[in-house]
Design a protein around this ligand. Structure first.
Ligand code: PLP
Length: 405
């Protein structure tokens, strides 16, 4: 047998395992020095009580012959698809039909799997820095070309730095698939409706597909920032949207998300992508567990919404504490306003791994080096607001005390 040797091309050092190695080595050598982790984007608050109650009830349903559920429908139960269409779309003036929504075990799987329905011949564009999944899954699929000079030869990189306010410029050559993630991981920056309209127009004019990752929409605070790409006129003919309950409702360990593929989205030959994705999911995915779907449904209940708003506000406050604390101490900082991420410029032109080592070794704070997200992340650093309020405040104090020296 032969393997898919595209897998051998993947850079062996995955960002977060590199960080874990460094942190574990530090802890082994310094067991008495407590570390504060503001690195990986995982949540720390428990699930909203409304979700917990719904899950307990769903467990009881499974214990009774009359309410027991076997295999779920491949794309999600009607009641959860309806709650999504109603709350995430119709409430924002966007008409998305239940048949355009596909429930899944999370946005990471969907962002990765979507490539199954797209030709290997497509030219892919990504922002730089970027959520690594978009790139690595295209390498696995054989769309990347070779790794030369720090980048993949067949991937079109769109640098996002302070110079362009972290917004990519429209491609200067024809690209077929464009990954956009707003609010952005890792930069924490958002896109306005008028800026996103330019991308929708570009995609419609050039027959390109936008893969829009909206995993952080719950953190949006500004009115002119869209929660969904379908708030932009024309998006249904050019965009697929990925959503996740992970950051919205603390489901990182529960696992649930969904993907929207509008019927109006068609390939050059007229094929509806909705049908292809339906086929893909029905063949390779057996649906989301009943208990999880009930938890997701509770996210949209009146109490669920209220409880989740409080949890998001808790993280938003952490983001503010980090942003303001670093700014007061002279750092140039970005993000935070519509996002759980703070993106900072490293001081004195320090490399981002050098800054990582300094924070770890000198003040025991762990963040994520920008360079790990792509070459344009060099010189930047990401801190997340997903820690506890106490740890967040303590980390900011440590940074202030050290850099104020
Ligand atoms: N998309 C982005 C941009 C993310 O940052 C993450 C997780 O960190 C995901 C998707 C993954 O979401 P999920 O937990 O639903 O798989």
């Amino acid at each position: 047998m032969k393997i898919n040797d595209n897998f051998l091309k993947i850079q062996s050092s995955y960002l977060f395992s590199n960080i874990a190695k460094k942190v574990n080595a530090y802890i082994a050598a310094n067991p008495d020095k407590p570390i504060i982790r503001l690195g990986i984007g995982d949540v720390t608050r428990p699930l909203a009580p409304a979700c917990i109650t719904a899950m307990h009830k769903a467990v009881d349903d499974m214990a009774d012959e009359k309410t027991f559920m076997g295999y779920p429908p491949e794309y999600g139960h009607k009641w959860i698809l309806n709650a999504i269409a109603e709350n995430d779309y119709r409430a924002r003036g966007v008409d998305i039909d239940e048949s355009e929504i596909f429930l899944s075990d999370g946005a990471k799987s969907d962002c990765g799997n979507i490539g199954d329905i797209l030709s290997v011949d497509n030219k892919v564009a990504v922002c730089d820095p970027v959520y690594p999944v978009y790139v690595d899954t295209n390498v696995m699929a054989g769309r990347s070309g070779d790794f030369v000079n720090g980048g993949w030869s067949n991937i079109y990189y769109m640098p996002c730095t302070a110079e362009n306010n972290f917004l990519p410029s429209l491609p200067t050559e024809k690209v077929d698939i464009i990954y956009l993630c707003f609010p952005n991981n890792p930069t924490g920056m958002a896109i306005t409706k008028s800026e996103l309209k330019k991308w929708v127009d570009y995609a419609n004019e050039n027959g390109s597909l936008i893969l829009f990752d909206s995993a952080y929409e719950a953190f949006i605070t500004e009115d002119d920032v869209p929660h969904s790409i379908y708030e932009i006129e024309g998006a249904k003919t050019c965009a697929i949207e990925f959503r996740s309950f992970s950051k919205t409702a603390g489901f990182t360990g529960v696992r649930c998300g969904y993907t929207v593929v509008p019927h109006a989205l068609k390939a050059d030959d007229g094929t509806e992508l909705n049908g292809l994705w339906a086929r893909r999911q029905a063949t390779k995915f057996n649906g989301v567990s009943y208990i999880t779907q009930r938890a997701a449904e509770a996210v949209y209940s009146e109490e669920g919404k209220k409880q989740i708003r409080e949890i998001i506000a808790y993280y938003q406050n952490n983001a503010k504490v980090i942003y303001n604390g670093l700014k007061d101490c002279g750092f140039t900082v970005y993000g935070a306003k519509n996002s759980p991420y703070v993106w900072l410029k490293t001081p004195d032109n320090m490399g981002s791994w050098e800054f990582f080592d300094t924070l770890l070794n000198e003040i025991q704070v762990v963040g994520t080096p920008g360079e790990g997200f792509g070459p344009s992340g060099e010189g930047y650093f990401r801190l997340t607001a997903f820690g506890s309020a106490e740890n967040t405040a303590a980390a900011v104090e440590r940074i202030k005390n050290y850099f104020a020296k």
